[in-house]
Design a protein around this ligand. Structure first.
Ligand code: NAP
Length: 483
């Protein structure tokens, strides 16, 4: 795409912003509801297109479509409710010395957002997915950079969004779709002066490239990149002794779900050397024998999986425990083991391999386990398989998990991210570029807003959320009291 075309797109987004941000929350909510209804009406047509492009099975995609519609409606409900603006009012204190002015603050939309669709979620984290739904809810027009691995799906979803915009009387170009592929187009979109923020889910290299483009701008902008994770799992001795077979069964399912193509896939499993750990590894290998592999999302991901597993298996101390790869054209699940000393000495085996891969790291004791956990830095999740006694015996492992993760899972699997108010799907770098926010759940809206404060503003200037009579009827913190 030429710079002239990018200019046209971003200038149109800028004009749309001036109108869109002034609409009532109810109107924006109606738009989100109409997109959800349009997607539902399209039914299996969309799901079939997505399946043919991504190799993901129909039931998985139907579930993802339901989640996408749920997210759109959740954000519609959130903005109709109105509390998300986080209104705070501190009345003037004329008797204070010196007198304090009247100060009122709330969140406002940041401006046009560029969303890069994710290859592994063609609906829920692409065109009309969580980033787009939360940005539109906040009052930001969205320019969608289509993911080339599901171009037809993206276009079909976008047409439904355009239709919903017309039906509900949205400003022209409130959503736009950029169909070109190539990094130069992405770079021009991020660096355009009218772009106010960026949403991205994908590779570490991709996310960091977008962040670097932003830093080269005259005025850098926030880039919310969710770049994946190895999602360490800490197997503690009491839990392993109690049920190594049950744990192996759970993790066999989690590692292979959707060919392991989830950013929450458990890629590293840590245990303390013992016969129970050996039984667990053996049992995991047996469970995986019944796994039927399928083609991956796109050839680039498949090639990267073959190359990265081959490289990992060549590293010092890495021993294969199960690999269905021999003579197969389709990538298969692969489980290997390594001792903690070799793991700590080699950053290469600490990296994410996107696909059905997991490396079991055998530690001498819990101190070595915490060293391994700390070596990994920021992660979307850390999982502890632990009894109550384990948690009392090794509290420092819980501290390490909390220090470096967006979500700490107890006695479960990290795959499966619930869409709800308390969810955090994010985490310290390198999992994400900004650990203060979540990409999933209603709080995801905060990414596309900034707080503004009105000092001594006349009533007619104030937005309804901050007017004295509270015409919006929202919960507010007034002089330190919730009202
Ligand atoms: P990707 O390579 O990160 O690409 C995602 C999007 O970002 C694409 O639209 C791509 O542009 C754009 N992009 C990437 N690098 C860019 C750059 N330097 N400049 C401008 N735009 C750039 O992700 P992918 O193709 O989906 O998969 C590749 C790898 O990403 C996987 O093997 C996996 O490791 C990881 N991944 C992680 C997650 C996660 O949940 N964190 C999800 C999916 C994939 P084009 O359209 O021009 O290609």
């Amino acid at each position: 795409m030429s710079l002239t075309q990018i200019n046209q797109v971003m200038e149109a987004a800028s004009s749309a912003f001036e109108k869109f941000k002034k609409l009532t929350q109810a109107k924006r909510a109606a738009f989100l509801q109409a997109i959800a209804a349009g997607l539902e009406n399209a039914g299996d047509n969309l799901v079939e297109i997505a399946s043919s492009e991504t190799n993901l099975p129909l039931p998985r995609l139907r579930g993802e479509m339901a989640r996408t519609c749920f997210q759109l409606r959740m954000f519609a409900g959130l903005i109709e409710d109105g509390h998300w603006v986080e209104a705070i009012i501190d009345h003037a204190k004329p008797d204070k010395n010196p007198p304090a002015p009247d100060i009122r603050r709330m969140r406002i939309p940041i401006g046009p957002v560029v969303v890069f669709g994710a290859s592994n979620f063609p609906f829920a984290y692409s065109t009309a997915g969580g980033d787009t739904a939360s940005a539109l809810a906040a009052g930001c027009p969205v320019v969608i950079k289509q993911h080339p691995a599901h171009g037809q799906t993206s276009l079909a979803v976008f047409k439904i969004m355009e239709q919903a915009a017309k039906l509900t009387g949205m400003p022209e170009n409130v959503v736009q779709h950029v169909e070109d592929k190539g990094f130069e187009t992405g770079k021009m979109l991020v660096q355009h002066p009218a772009t106010a923020s960026v949403g991205f889910t994908g590779s570490f290299n991709g996310g960091m490239a977008l962040q670097a483009y932003s830093q080269e701008r005259k005025h850098p902008i926030p880039v919310f990149a969710e770049m994946g994770s190895t999602n360490p799992v800490l197997l503690l001795p009491g839990a392993l002794a109690a049920d190594w077979a049950g744990i192996a069964q759970k993790f066999a399912v989690s590692i292979t779900m959707s060919m392991g193509q989830f950013c929450t896939n458990p890629g590293l499993i840590f245990g303390i050397e013992s016969p129970d750990l050996d039984q667990f590894i053996e049992s995991l290998a047996i469970e995986l024998q019944s796994f039927s592999p399928s083609a991956m999302l796109h050839t680039g991901i498949e090639k990267a999986y073959f190359e990265k597993t081959a490289t990992a298996l060549r590293q010092k101390g890495v021993e294969v425990q199960f690999s269905g790869k021999t003579g197969s054209e389709v990538p298969e699940v692969c489980i290997a083991r390594i001792n903690a000393a070799d793991f700590l000495a080699n950053p290469l085996v600490q990296e994410e391999i996107f696909g059905p891969w997991s490396l079991v790291v055998v530690c001498k004791d819990a101190t070595e386990m915490v060293d391994c956990r700390n070596a990994l830095a920021g992660q979307l999740t850390t999982t502890l398989m632990a009894t109550e006694q384990d948690m009392n015996d090794f509290p420092f492992l819980i501290d390490a998990a909390l220090n470096h993760s967006g979500r700490v899972v107890f006695n479960g699997v990290p795959t499966g991210v619930e869409v709800c108010g308390a969810m955090v799907h994010g985490g310290p770098y390198p999992a994400c570029t900004d650990s203060r926010f979540s990409a999933v759940g209603p709080t995801a809206i905060q990414r596309w807003t900034r707080p503004v404060c009105w000092q001594n503003a006349p009533t007619q200037i104030l937005p309804p959320e901050l007017q004295e009579e509270n015409p919006a009827g929202i919960r507010r913190l007034v002089n330190g009291n919730w009202q």
